[in-house]
Design a binder for this molecule. Structure first.
Ligand code: CA
Length: 711
């Protein structure tokens, strides 16, 4: 009897323990573990787990609640103002109902994905880190990554940081390059297999040697490195791949770095367990300075495939051998499974700057097809047998100045392209510009690339004739046939990246501030929304509590936003328009408060200031330190104040305080402690000269804007 009682009690207790532990397990299962299996899952629709949504980087979501038939009813569901941000180009992530995004200067915020309510902010204090040192560039980041409870961000000054996704607290920091080097990071780190990969940019700013480095996601410990170009053979090669690459170089290439910087385009193939990365242009651009007897210069402008665990070389495909035009192949590497001529092909889809759209077999690295997706004049075609471009005579400006398309912005830059397995089409934000390349006046003898002053070794000027009557377009291409199924010409340059969905939609924001939805199959515009500010970031979509959301960051930015008359003419002047994160749904009811109209800073013409021509000419040379933020030809694109309209530039004491003594360091303005009184005075004269001579441009801008409004 007694024994039975004990036995029964024991059994009851045992089942109780089993019941509790079972329930614990269930609870655990409801909180998803974000590992490779989760990130590779194309069918999962609640989250947006990686830069291109999944490991395949397609930016296709099967969500179909919002579709061509009801997208006209899309409204703002929630939004948040981001008054301290400037250029916003990044892709947010959504994990378990939380939306994470990186803003200007790598500030990361976690917000409730259904309301925008702030959960935490992480500020890596980039402004402080760059103080006085990094006199180049702008503070953009294209994204963050998520893996097993951690967020990874790479800062402009070269730190890779692992953050606890729950608390927003830093777990580890790895310094990915010497902060005294003129390198920078704008790319999203790639998280996969318990690792994080990052490269860097900066081949125009100094003697850069491209490299990608892989870190342990748990600890931040460096696991492996893969250099893009070989170093000095005397120092020995890091691996066989570098030894092979060195055979395609000559002269003393290592003295100027060689370039090849991998600043974007990192893709992990969970299917084949291979890592691909795209590589950048040569350093300098002029191939005869880089390596006098022009050769392929591996692995510039290539896709390189490596083993993800060790970084061991597998294969490469070079899109632009002996590159001479800044034709990065760092653009998106999208994975698609295609049926070509009856055969299943595991393909890479790639549209680099050089203007050809490539379909590559990713099991072998062999080219399947390559056709121009924009105007291309540097090569007649890609020879499918050899996989190599056939260059036109004199394309490398070796027989005098030559007009070349695409120009150095490329036929496609980092603005995300997308692939829909539903429509079978790839969508490319396409650019159409030509430029004149010339090495006239370039001194080859003793040419030297120095930290923070770099140089490209080639002169650029406007082409005699543009080959397209529109500067950009949205192209929908069938990757099997290379046919352009539809094409939408666009009036402004530098439109943003693409989202495509199971609702037969393609969504794209434009630099004129409009977000558009197209029928993915036909290109018919089915919805337009004016955000009131230029868009440079791609939209994402996700579903929480049964509601599909479409979300995007709004804030004109990126390299083109550094200025020039066309960028100035968009009217997104510095700190005039509040940056925003805007989220839409069919159930949304919010009316977005209007932003100020386009604003064109008016050049100040100071009649009391006597412009000295010689001083102004000398000041033009000083302006090379300023143009990358304050704008080409002193037309600001909104990333920094327009100096022609700046009261600070009218007063020498104020100019000294800001430029030499760093009074606006915390705003992102670096200090230039070595600048002499004379140099600053010369700069002042140049600013006044530009203000005076560009007043008619300003008046023209105002007139054109009035006409635009009437239409
Ligand atoms: Ca470049």
């Amino acid at each position: 009897m007694m024994t039975n009682l004990i036995k029964n009690t024991f059994l009851i207790l045992l089942s109780l323990i089993l019941f509790i532990s079972c329930n614990e397990k269930k609870k655990e299962e409801t909180v998803k573990i974000i590992n490779d299996k989760a990130i590779a899952d194309e069918n999962q629709t609640s989250d947006w787990l990686a830069y291109g949504r999944t490991h395949n980087e397609r930016r296709f979501s099967p969500l179909e609640d919002v579709s061509v038939s009801n997208v006209a009813n899309l409204k703002v569901d929630w939004f948040i103002d981001l008054p301290n941000d400037v250029g916003l180009v990044s892709t947010p992530l959504v994990v378990n109902g939380v939306l994470y995004f990186t803003g200007t200067m790598n500030v990361i915020r976690a917000v409730d994905a259904t309301s925008g309510k702030l959960i935490w902010t992480f500020d890596p204090k980039v402004r402080e880190a760059i103080k006085g040192k990094r006199q180049v560039g702008w503070a953009h980041s294209r994204g963050i990554s998520f893996y097993e409870g951690k967020i990874f961000t790479a800062t402009w000054d070269g730190r890779l940081i692992g953050i606890d996704a729950k608390t927003g607290k830093e777990i580890w920091t790895a310094v990915t390059f010497d902060p005294n080097r003129s390198l920078n990071i704008t790319g999203a780190p790639k998280a996969f297999k318990g690792k994080v990969l990052i490269g860097n940019g900066g081949s125009e700013n100094g003697p850069a040697r491209g490299v990608v480095t892989c870190y342990d996601a748990e600890t931040g410990k460096e696991l492996w490195k893969f250099f893009v170009v070989p170093g000095n053979p005397v120092d020995g090669f890091e691996n066989e791949a570098m030894e092979m690459a060195a055979k395609t170089w000559n002269g003393e290439w290592w003295k100027n770095g060689g370039g090849g910087n991998a600043w974007h385009g990192f893709t992990y193939d969970a299917d084949l367990d291979v890592l691909y990365f795209g590589t950048g242009n040569g350093g300098p651009w002029n191939p005869r300075i880089r390596s006098p007897k022009v050769d392929d210069n591996l692995f510039l402008c290539s896709i390189v495939a490596v083993k993800p665990d060790t970084g061991e070389y597998l294969w490469h495909y070079q899109t632009t051998p002996g590159e001479a035009w800044d034709y990065n192949s760092t653009m998106d590497i999208v994975l698609a499974d295609l049926k070509i001529k009856g055969e299943d092909v595991k393909a890479i889809l790639h549209a680099p700057k050089n203007g050809f759209f490539y379909v590559i077999n990713r099991e072998t690295g062999k080219l399947i097809s390559a056709e121009p997706f924009t105007e291309v004049t540097w090569a007649s075609h890609i020879d499918l047998k050899t996989g190599r471009p056939v260059l036109v005579d004199g394309a490398r400006y070796d027989k005098g100045p030559i007009d070349i398309a695409p120009d150095s912005w490329g036929g496609h830059s980092w603005h995300a392209m997308a692939y829909s397995p539903q429509s079978g089409l790839v969508y490319i934000p396409t650019l159409h510009k030509a430029d004149k390349y010339s090495d006239e006046g370039v001194v080859y003898e003793g040419w030297e690339s120095k930290e923070f002053s770099g140089g490209i070794g080639v002169g650029l000027s406007p082409a005699d004739k543009q080959l397209s009557d529109h500067p950009s377009s949205l192209e929908a291409i069938d990757p099997i046939t290379q046919e352009h199924v539809w094409s939408i010409p666009q009036d402004d340059f530098w439109n943003a990246g693409i989202l495509t969905t199971g609702g037969n939609l393609v969504l794209q924001g434009r630099s004129d501030g409009k977000l558009l939805a197209y029928n993915a199959k036909t290109g018919k515009i089915v919805w337009t929304f004016d955000t009131g500010l230029g868009i440079s970031a791609p939209p994402i979509t996700y579903k929480v509590n049964g509601r599909q959301y479409i979300s995007l960051l709004v804030g004109f930015g990126g390299g083109y936003a550094r200025g020039g008359l066309d960028a100035y003419n968009l009217g997104w002047s510095y700190r005039t328009h509040t940056r925003r994160l805007i989220t839409f749904s069919l159930e949304g009811t919010v009316d977005l408060p209007a932003l100020p109209p386009r604003h064109f800073p008016k050049p100040i013409v100071d009649t009391n200031f006597k412009i000295d021509k010689d001083k102004a000419t000398k000041g033009m040379n000083e302006y090379w330190k300023c143009f990358i933020c304050h704008g080409d030809n002193m037309f600001s694109g909104g990333m920094a104040p327009d100096l022609r309209a700046s009261p600070i530039a009218l007063n020498k004491e104020a100019l000294i305080a800001v430029v030499r003594n760093g009074a606006k360091n915390t705003m992102g303005m670096p200090s230039f402690p070595d600048m002499t009184d004379e140099q600053l005075e010369n700069l002042m004269h140049f600013i006044r000269k530009r203000a005076k001579e560009t007043l008619p441009d300003y008046e023209e801008s105002i007139k054109n804007n009035a006409v635009k409004k009437q239409n």
